[in-house]
Design a protein around this ligand. Structure first.
Ligand code: A3P
Length: 311
């Protein structure tokens, strides 16, 4: 019998020419197939204590973090010349909880690979993840750049010419909290609160900091996931090789990421190149009006000032 999925509300994004419908369930928004996958994961996923979760709101640097974490935990098996990252896009190297349950269960059986990624908000994670006290790496990014990245990605994915999709409408929806796994500020707040309640179990990484000082942040990541670099590795340049392998310049120029497709077997395949935009900080300045800046700054101040996180 076909499973029915409970939804509280649906919203068709006004700028998307009817092509993007978001589903609100448990207080956050999701696209349909991730919503269905999330419900299945909530019902059936059994975390292992050794699992490490890569958690993010879309467009905050997930692809980069997945590549780095993959390279870190597999470096005994592969180096920069043999890494699967050279021929497989990062989202296929690290499975999604909402999409790849079978692969994750296979990894559990083989005790082969600890990484799982998800866009789910903290409160929507399957309970076994919390009960097993799994480690979580959380990446976040400047909200204005996230909005622009999200808008560009969706326009390209849905094949809507930018001129037909007014940015003001996309901004307004994001500002009202309607984004994939949004509201974005609630997403951050959920993980931040959990990090206060579960010290040492949630690593917060900021996209802009990772770009500014990639080496220190990759070391933090490696230590946190239980694969710290030895001094011999540091001296041999292993960290720098991983950083180079996972750099935007390298990954975005690989054939697989220029011409390959992600989830090509589904009715919503994504061209891998869409995960690699400009990767520039401050691109928002080309899109935001003064009024938008004022509105979003005020909102972030209201929602997140207590966290000390700077967006
Ligand atoms: P832009 O759209 O601003 O260019 P996500 O992976 O969460 O979907 O986030 C996508 C953003 O990360 C895009 O930003 C993309 O260009 C950027 N990105 C992808 N790979 C990257 C890498 N290796 N290093 C830095 N940024 C990267």
């Amino acid at each position: 019998m076909e499973k029915t999925f409970q939804r509280i509300a649906q919203h068709t994004c006004s700028w998307s020419k009817g092509m993007l419908t978001m589903h609100n369930y448990q207080g956050f928004w999701n696209i349909q197939d991730f919503h269905e996958g999330a419900v299945l994961a909530q019902e059936s996923f059994k975390a292992q204590p050794s699992d490490v979760f890569i958690c993010s709101h879309p467009k905050t640097g997930t692809t980069w973090l997945k590549a780095l974490a993959f390279a870190v935990v597999t470096r005994e098996k592969f180096n920069e010349s043999s890494s699967p990252l050279l021929t497989t896009m990062p989202h296929e190297c690290v499975p999604y909880l909402e999409k790849d349950l079978e692969q994750i269960e296979e990894n559990h059986k083989n005790k082969s690979f600890p990484l799982v990624s998800t866009h789910l908000p903290y409160d929507a994670l399957p309970r076994s993840i919390i009960a097993s006290d799994c480690k979580i790496v959380y990446i976040y990014r400047n909200i204005k750049d996230v909005i622009v990245s999200y808008y560009n990605f969706l326009c390209k994915w849905l094949n809507i010419p930018i001129k037909d999709a007014p940015f003001e409408l996309a901004f307004d929806e994001f500002y009202r909290g309607i984004s994939w796994c949004g509201p974005y500020w609630d997403h951050i707040l959920g993980y931040w609160k959990a990090s206060q309640e579960r010290p040492g179990r949630i690593l917060f990484l900021k996209y802009e900091d990772m770009k500014r000082d990639t080496t220190s942040n990759v070391k933090r990541l490696a230590e946190f996931v239980g694969h710290p670099f030895s001094s011999e590795e540091e001296q041999a340049g292993v960290i720098q090789n991983i950083i180079k392998l996972c750099s935007f310049e390298n990954l975005s120029n690989l054939e697989v990421n220029k011409s390959g497709k992600h989830r090509s077997e589904t009715n919503a395949p994504v061209e891998n190149r869409l995960y690699f935009g400009k990767a520039k900080d401050g691109d928002w300045k080309n899109y935001f009006t003064d009024e938008m800046i004022e509105k979003i700054d005020k909102l972030i101040d209201q929602k997140l000032s207590d966290t000390g996180l700077v967006l």
